[in-house]
Design a protein around this ligand. Structure first.
Ligand code: ACO
Length: 429
C-alpha cells in the first residue's frame, strides 16, 4: 500500500507521508507542509486534526468503540474500580495487587487539604459555581507545593499525581459543604475513594451518612466512564496549556475551565435543566425537538450529538443501565427519566437526528443517576471533572514526555484589514 498522499498545488505535486495508527487509522503527516509548499491547513475546531500520537485511549466514533489502554470501557465498567482505572490510564498497565494497595494507601495519605486553603473556600461568594471554585483551588494548590517534583519515583509512584487525585475529591466535597454553610467533613482512612467522597459530601453531625455499596458501585462506574476520552476539548486544553511547560496544576485548572462549558461537561447540568423545562411546560418533548431542528433558533437538544460519535455513545448505554439500577435500588421514580426516554424515542425516529447522526451522549442519562444519588445540580460537572482527572493527568504526562512534543501554537488565516495608517483623533469621522 502506498504510504504517501499526493497534493497538487498550482500544477506541482507534493508527496506527504501517511501515518498509520495501531488500529489502522490513517493520517496525512503535514509537518513539512508549510516548509514544502508555503501553505497551511484550515480546520476550524480542529475536527480533522490529529494533534498528537497517543497510546492512551482508542475511540471509533462510527462503531461506538471506546477503550482505555486497549481495554474496552464496558469491561472496565463491569470489573474495575475508578482507582484501578486511574492507575491503568496513568501507568499504562493494570496494577498488581501490591501496586494497587500502595496507590490506595498514597491516595489516603494525601487526602487532606492544607488548613490554610479553607480560608480561600470561605472567601468565595456563597452562590459561586463549584466549577469556578474548583478550577481556582486546583491552580492555588500548586502554591502550597512549589517544590513538589513532577517526575515519578523509582517505584513508578508519583506524589504529585496522587496528591491531585486525592485532594480534588476532598476539595470538591468541601466546596459543596461550604457553599451550604455546613461543617466540612474530613476524609476517613477506613473508606475507599468513592465511598470516602460520598461520606464527605453527605455526612452530617445530625444525620450520619450510611454508605450504600450499590451507590458506591454506581459512582465508580460513572467515574470510569468519564475517565478519558482522547483529545476532547478539556484534554486538548490541558495539553495546550501544558505545552508551554507550565506546572501540571495550572494545566489541569485550564482543563476544568474548558469542561465547565455546556457544549462539553456542563451538558450534564444542562440536560437536567432542559428536562425540567420540558416538565414545566407540560411534559411533551415534541416542541423542544422542533426547536432543536429550527436553524433560526440556537437551542440544541442537550445530551445529544458528539464530535466523534456518529452512533450511540457506548458510555450512554452503560449509564442508562446504571440509572435503571440506582432508581430501582432506591425505589425512586423520577419523572425526568420518563421525559428523557420519551425525548430519546422521538429524536431517534426523527429524520433530522438520523441524518445528522445525533444520538444520546454520556451526559443524557448521567444527570438522572447523579440526581438519584442526591448530588446537587451545580455539582454535576464537578463530578465529571473528578472522573476526567486521571485522563487529564495521563495525557499531560504523555505530552510532556513526547520527543515530538512542541509548544501548541496553531496558525490562522487572516481575513482583516490591509495595512493602513494611524489617523489622529481630531481627524477621525
Ligand atoms: N441538537 C440539535 N442539532 C444539533 C445538535 C443537538 N444537540 N448537535 C449538533 N447538531 C447539528 C448542528 O446544528 C449542525 O447542523 P447543520 O449541519 O444542519 O448546521 C450539525 O448537527 C453538526 O453540528 P456541529 O455543532 O457542527 O457539530 P460538532 O461536532 O461541533 O458538535 C457537540 C458536537 C458540540 C457536542 C454538539 O452535538 C452539541 O452542541 N450537543 C449538545 C451539547 C452536548 O450534549 N454536549 C456534550 C457532548 S459529550 C461531552 O462533552 C461529554
Amino acid at each position: 500500500m502506498d504510504q504517501t498522499a499526493k497534493l497538487i498545488v498550482d500544477g506541482k505535486t507534493y508527496e506527504l507521508p501517511l501515518l498509520v495508527g495501531s488500529e489502522g487509522e490513517k493520517a496525512i503527516d503535514i509537518t513539512a507542509l508549510r516548509r514544502m509548499t508555503g501553505l497551511i491547513t484550515y480546520d476550524p475546531g480542529y475536527a480533522n486534526t490529529g494533534s498528537c500520537k497517543s497510546r492512551i485511549t482508542f475511540m471509533d466514533g462510527e462503531r461506538g468503540i471506546l477503550r482505555y489502554r486497549g481495554y474496552p470501557v464496558e469491561e472496565l465498567a463491569e470489573h474495575s474500580t475508578f482507582v484501578e482505572t486511574a492507575y491503568l490510564l496513568i501507568n499504562g498497565e493494570l496494577p498488581t495487587r501490591k501496586e494497587l494497595t500502595r496507590f490506595s494507601v498514597m491516595l489516603n495519605d494525601h487526602s487532606l487539604v492544607h488548613e490554610d486553603m479553607r480560608e480561600f473556600f470561605e472567601s468565595f461568594p456563597r452562590r459561586a459555581h463549584p466549577m469556578g471554585i474548583l478550577s481556582s483551588m486546583v491552580n492555588a494548590l500548586r502554591t502550597f507545593y512549589p517544590e513538589l517534583p513532577e517526575e515519578s519515583g523509582e517505584d513508578g509512584t508519583n506524589v504529585m499525581f496522587t496528591r491531585l487525585l486525592s485532594k480534588v475529591r476532598t476539595m470538591a466535597a468541601m466546596s459543596h459543604k461550604i457553599s451550604r454553610g455546613h461543617k466540612v467533613v474530613y476524609p476517613r482512612p477506613d473508606l475507599l475513594y468513592a465511598a470516602n467522597f460520598l461520606n464527605m459530601l453527605f455526612d452530617s453531625p445530625v444525620r450520619p451518612y450510611e454508605i450504600d455499596p450499590d451507590l458506591v458501585e454506581a459512582l465508580n462506574v460513572f467515574w470510569i466512564l468519564h475517565a478519558d476520552h482522547e483529545q476532547n476539548s478539556s484534554t486538548a486544553a490541558v495539553r495546550l496549556v501544558g505545552s508551554s511547560r507550565v506546572n501540571l496544576f495550572a494545566a489541569i485548572s485550564a482543563g476544568i475551565c474548558a469542561l465547565w462549558g455546556p457544549l462539553h461537561g456542563g451538558a450534564n447540568q444542562a440536560v437536567i435543566e432542559m428536562l425540567t423545562d420540558i416538565q414545566k411546560s407540560g411534559g411533551n418533548p415534541g416542541p423542544f425537538v422542533a426547536r432543536a431542528k429550527n436553524k433560526e433558533d440556537s437551542f440544541r437538544l442537550m445530551g445529544f450529538g458528539h464530535r466523534v460519535y456518529k452512533t450511540y455513545d457506548p458510555r450512554a448505554r452503560i449509564i442508562k443501565r446504571i440509572c435503571d439500577k440506582v432508581l430501582a435500588k432506591l425505589k425512586l421514580e423520577d419523572p425526568l427519566l420518563d421525559i428523557a426516554m420519551k425525548l430519546e424515542e422521538i429524536a431517534l425516529k426523527d429524520s433530522y437526528f438520523i441524518d445528522h447522526h445525533l444520538y444520546p451522549n454520556v451526559d443524557f442519562y448521567s444527570g438522572i443517576v447523579l440526581r438519584a444519588m442526591g448530588i446537587p445540580l451545580d455539582m454535576f460537572t464537578v463530578m465529571f471533572a473528578i472522573g476526567r482527572l486521571p485522563g487529564w493527568i495521563s495525557q499531560w504526562k504523555e505530552s510532556i514526555s513526547d520527543p515530538e512534543g512542541k509548544l501548541h501554537r496553531p496558525r490562522q488565516v487572516y481575513m482583516g484589514e490591509h495595512e493602513r495608517h494611524y489617523v489622529p483623533l481630531e481627524e477621525r469621522r
